[in-house]
Design a protein. Structure first.
Length: 93
């Protein structure tokens, strides 16, 4: 009987797995209409998930995903800032 060794996940794998899981959960909640794409929860989940996935990509030194996840993180951050600014403008009126 052949027993294959099971490789344990590295810290980088765990960081990336958590990040990608958060992104996929946010996407699933959005397409099932559980959360709106303009909600703070969706934006924050995208920001945190992409930031963790980007960190894992940096630690792996994998440039294509550093660019992808870095852009995703930045755009999610901009979305959060825009939502905060819109809320401030409404409160000022």
């Amino acid at each position: 009987m052949l027993i294959l060794p099971i490789k344990m996940m590295s810290t980088i794998d765990i960081i990336g797995f958590i990040g990608v899981s958060i992104l996929l959960i946010a996407f699933f909640l959005n397409i099932t209409n559980k959360i709106e794409k303009e909600s703070y929860l969706y934006l924050i989940m995208n920001f945190v998930g992409a930031a963790l996935a980007c960190l894992a990509s940096i630690l792996m030194n994998y440039l294509p995903f550093i660019i992808l996840e870095g852009s995703w993180t930045l755009l999610s951050f901009i979305g959060i800032i825009n939502k905060l600014n819109t809320k401030k403008e409404v409160n000022l009126k």
